[in-house]
Design a binder for this molecule. Structure first.
Ligand code: FES
Length: 82
C-alpha cells in the first residue's frame, strides 16, 4: 500500500479513516482517546514511541496488550483502546 492512500479501521466501535504508514498509536492519538487505563484508572498515552515503555498498549483484532507504536494500521483492523 503506497503512502498517501487511506483506508478505514475500527477504533472503539467507530470507523476511522487513516493514512497508509500510520501507526495504530498515531490513530489512537488522533482520535483523542487513551491507549489504555492504568490499574488506578488513569488514562495512559504513548510515551516513547519505540516499543520500550508499553504505555501505548491496546487490543488489536482481539489480541490484548499490543504495543500500538510498533504496529502499522491495516485496512479493517479492529482496535479497542482506553
Ligand atoms: S509508546 Fe512506548 S512502547 Fe509504545
Amino acid at each position: 500500500m503506497a503512502n498517501g492512500e487511506s483506508f478505514i479501521i475500527h477504533l472503539n466501535g467507530r470507523p476511522m479513516r487513516v493514512h497508509a504508514g500510520m501507526t495504530v498509536a498515531a490513530a489512537i492519538l488522533e482520535a483523542g482517546v487513551a491507549s489504555r487505563l492504568s490499574v488506578r484508572g488513569e488514562p495512559r498515552q504513548p510515551l516513547c514511541g519505540m516499543g520500550i515503555c508499553y504505555e501505548c498498549r491496546a487490543s488489536i483484532d482481539g489480541q490484548a496488550h499490543q504495543r500500538t507504536c510498533q504496529i502499522l494500521c491495516r485496512p479493517g483492523i479492529t482496535v479497542v483502546a482506553g
